[in-house]
Write a protein that binds this ligand. Structure first.
Ligand SMILES: Cc1ncc(COP(=O)(O)O)c(C=O)c1O
Length: 421
């Protein structure tokens, strides 16, 4: 359930008509509903209310500090994957003791920053990363709290690019090596083993792969315990899918019930979850304006948002529902919805029944809150778009549209003598 609805044929975000925001901030822009963000965060968090847990929102899915701040105020933490995301989470006021740090390629500088910030846990993905963390912690005379990320070799049955828990994926440690790395960690004076972590992929639409992975992790935790290694935190990552089109993913309560059932085997462990998409995906849309239309072998609707603003259709062939911002009883036409970028791969929808459009019509690209703005770029030297947050009858720009000056910020023409040949 979300708060994007038509009232008198005009799409509203909560109490605010979308055309009113477009007139004020220009297009394209990302638009988020605070009520939907809150509802989705609480649905996930409260589904685990009866067991010790920390909900660490996956900052990569939507990293605006206003949104991180909202989740922080609701009691959430953050799952981060870079020094930049740590900076965002801390700036947003998230408690460092609720931050977990994932990712296969953390640099020594990033490890130092996170260690000094006093985060809850490093999800370490290789022996070399562990050795680097030990060295960084020793130099600071600190002790790093660590979970090793296990690769359980489970098929999440999702798009290949967002499957992370198969043996052939780059993530985590194979189960048959993990016990040895735990033993090594246990012997390192500046490492404290506190957890086990696992994240098998994104946009999962059934609970079975989560349960399969969790059962493998639990069996492994028991092995560790038999070897005298006690685990405090069990981090099951994120990955719960959403409805973009026809998918019928499990509800947070169903997902939680399945995990809690398996977790009875390891009483005393605190569960960490890292949801991203399920919280923000359907809490945000991308609003774009029709520039031109043309027909030849195909009908094209050319809009002012492109693959640099929303990469998912080009990157994964992802489906986003397209809706008119004003319902005028338009006919539909089979068309490609494309952006201004000089790439044939620049499309938001392909061969879709879309409303017949005229220049200046507004369209809403639905379900764009997750991996939308956060994956956007300046390709074709396009300033990144504005982000707007609605609460009730009010809206606020939470990120200004970038300027041309921002595009060249930090660039420099060398003052070398002219090359004379
Ligand atoms: C380690 C980790 N945790 C959590 C997530 C969030 O996943 P999702 O947005 O599907 O919940 C990701 C995303 O890929 C991830 O890599």
């Amino acid at each position: 359930m979300n708060h994007f609805e038509y009232r008198d044929q005009i799409l509203h975000c909560e109490g605010v008509p979308v055309p009113l925001i477009a007139a004020s901030v220009g297009t394209p822009f990302y638009l988020y509903s605070a009520a939907t963000l809150t509802r989705h965060f609480q649905a996930m968090d409260q589904a685990f209310a009866d067991i010790p847990h920390v909900t660490c929102f996956a900052a990569k899915s939507c990293s605006n500090i206003a949104i991180l701040n909202l989740f922080g105020r609701l009691g959430g933490g953050a799952d981060i994957v870079s020094g930049g995301e740590l900076f965002r989470a801390l700036t947003a006021g998230i408690d460092p003791k609720k931050i977990v740090y994932s990712g296969v390629g953390k640099t020594p500088e990033e490890l130092r920053y996170a260690l000094k910030s006093g985060i809850l846990m490093f999800n370490v993905e290789s022996l070399q990363e562990l050795e680097t963390l030990q060295a960084v912690a020793a130099a600071l005379d600190l002790v790093a709290p660590v979970a090793l990320r296990i690769n359980p070799d489970v098929d999440p049955k999702t798009h290949a690019y967002i499957s992370t828990g198969l043996a052939k994926n780059k993530f985590g440690l194979p189960l048959d090596q993990a016990a040895e790395v735990y033993a090594a960690a246990q012997a390192m004076p500046h490492i404290e083993v506190v957890g086990v972590s696992c994240h098998i992929g994104s946009q999962l639409t059934t609970v079975a792969p989560f349960v399969e992975a969790l059962n493998k992790v639990i069996a492994f935790v028991r092995r560790l315990s038999a070897n005298g290694i006690t685990i405090k935190y069990l981090d099951m990552g994120g990955g719960l899918g959403i409805n973009y089109d026809q998918e019928e993913p499990p509800l947070p309560a169903e997902y939680a019930a399945a995990l809690k059932e398996a977790l009875r085997e390891v009483p005393g462990c605190t569960l960490i979850i890292e949801p991203g998409r399920v919280i923000v995906g359907n809490a945000g849309i991308l609003v774009t304006k029709v520039l031109y239309t043309k027909s030849g072998a195909k009908h094209f609707i050319i809009v002012d948002a492109g693959m640099n603003d929303l990469a998912r259709p080009s990157l994964y062939g992802a489906y986003h529902r397209i809706q008119p911002v004003e319902e005028k009883g338009q006919e539909n036409v089979v068309a490609d919805l494309v952006g201004p970028i000089c790439e044939t791969g620049d499309f938001l929808a392909k061969e879709r029944m879309l409303p017949v459009c005229a220049s200046d019509d507004l369209l809403a690209v639905m379900s764009a809150g997750a991996y939308g703005f956060s994956m956007s770029s300046n390709y074709n030297s396009r300033p990144r778009v504005a982000e707007v947050l609605v609460r009730g009858d009010e809206f606020q720009v939470i990120r200004k549209r970038e300027t041309f000056a921002a595009l060249i910020q930090g660039e420099n023409i060398p003052e070398w003598e002219e090359f004379s040949g």
